[in-house]
Design a binder for this molecule. Structure first.
Ligand SMILES: [Zn+2]
Length: 228
């Protein structure tokens, strides 16, 4: 461990010691709502802190532009399938989650609400993704191996060479056609493990719209990480 004293960092800045970085730099991590101060191992933390202080105004501007985190709590609004739902805590009932109109009701003790809702959204994501996998499998004549859900910030889905698929559970928050596209994309990789013309022809056989969901993800995808 380094023995440097704790550097004084501006609010919203998190330290990252890097083995590969060549110079001190700042990077916005929109998914966590922070600015990262990247510091090469050989640079003193005190010097890096001075760099951060000198760039205080830039950091402040970046943080002001980031979407605020939305913790799961009574009254908070969360999109499910792209439709905004208001979270309602229902005390005194057994711990279940259900949707009524544009409200998502979470029963049980208030301190368990966030955990319970997250678990429910993950289960719901898995259920819907499995249904899409079945539909696409019937068209392409291939089935995936293991299917896992993750909380990945950089990729919405992935397909390994052995046919295992992984998806980010937060796709349940996105409009349905976005989840449908991401699942179709990874299923098409079971046939074409590349992004060549034949791959895209196959994706377009599985879903009618590709450009819409792709554009949505690049414009709004990062906002899905502020929930929970
Ligand atoms: Zn791909």
């Amino acid at each position: 461990m380094r023995k440097d004293v704790d550097p004084k960092l501006p609010p919203g800045v998190q330290l990252r010691i890097s083995a590969t970085a060549r110079r001190v730099s700042l990077r916005v991590d929109a998914s966590k709502g922070v600015v990262l101060l990247i510091v090469p191992r050989r640079v003193s933390l005190a010097r890096a802190a001075v760099f951060a202080q000198e760039n205080r105004r830039w950091i402040g501007r970046k943080l002001a532009g980031l979407p605020a985190p939305v913790p799961f709590a009574d009254g908070a609004e969360v999109p499910v399938g792209g439709v905004i739902h208001t979270i309602r805590h229902r005390g005194g009932m057994r711990g279940t989650v259900w949707i009524e109109g544009q409200e998502i009701h979470v029963a049980g003790r208030p301190e368990h609400l966030a955990r319970r809702l997250t678990d429910w959204l993950k289960a719901e994501a898995k259920r819907q993704i499995l249904a899409l996998v079945e539909r696409h499998a019937a068209v392409i004549g291939r089935r995936p191996g293991r299917l896992t859900l993750r909380d990945t910030t950089t990729r919405w889905g992935s397909c390994s060479p052995n046919g295992a698929l992984a998806f980010c559970w937060r796709l349940i928050l996105a409009p349905k056609e976005v989840m449908d596209y991401v699942v179709a994309h990874e299923m098409a990789h079971l046939v074409e493990l590349n992004h060549g013309p034949r791959f895209w022809t196959l994706v377009r056989r599985l879903v009618s719209d590709v450009d819409g969901p792709k554009g949505w993800l690049s414009r709004h995808g990062i906002r899905l990480h502020r929930y929970g």
